[in-house]
Ligand binder design. Structure first.
Ligand code: SF4
Length: 167
């Protein structure tokens, strides 16, 4: 018990080192883009271009789920694609986050009446950030990453608060 308080998961040493790792994580996102429709072209591709230049925020695109920590789903997901999205998510290492980009990924968008369309990617994977719009602007994506940074920062703070409250 005493050892757990010193070096266990709820020890100050562990939480503080997690805080340090989270600081690095939230300033170096490697996203895997699952771009399958117009959202990918309108919002996502311009994100990597010189006008918006996400690289300057430490946000980089990766081509493999094994090297990515953010799965960005942009476009209409149909039932046939759903297992593929899930497999990509499962191949990513923890900790990982998901951004649903655009009305189609969030709710099925303008195609929600078609029976083969998935009505929101949260039916397949846990979604952390929702970005509305048809299509969302690249600035919305920047804002989404800023919200994700806040979410990661609050994670260790919650644990510190819980630890303080349990004393
Ligand atoms: S939300 Fe609009 S822009 Fe994005 S994939 Fe759907 S129809 Fe295309």
């Amino acid at each position: 018990m005493a050892l757990d308080r010193l070096a266990g998961e709820n020890s100050m040493l562990f939480i503080r080192s997690e805080q340090l790792f989270d600081l690095a994580r939230r300033h170096s996102f490697f996203y895997l883009s699952y771009g399958i429709a117009c959202c990918a072209i309108e919002g996502l591709m311009s994100a990597g271009g010189p006008r918006f230049d996400y690289d300057r925020f430490g946000i980089f695109h990766r081509g493999s789920p094994r090297q990515a920590d953010v799965l960005m789903i942009a476009g209409t997901v149909n039932r046939k694609m759903a297992p593929v999205v899930r497999r990509l998510y499962d191949q990513m290492a923890e900790p990982k986050w998901v951004i649903a980009m655009g009305a189609c990924a969030c709710t099925g968008g303008p195609f929600r009446e078609y029976p083969n369309v998935v009505l929101g990617v949260d039916k397949i994977v846990p979604v952390d950030i929702w970005v509305p719009g048809c299509p969302p602007r690249p600035e919305s994506m920047q804002y989404a990453f800023m919200q994700l940074q806040k979410k990661i920062a609050s994670r260790t703070q919650e644990r510190l608060d819980a630890r303080a409250a349990s004393r």
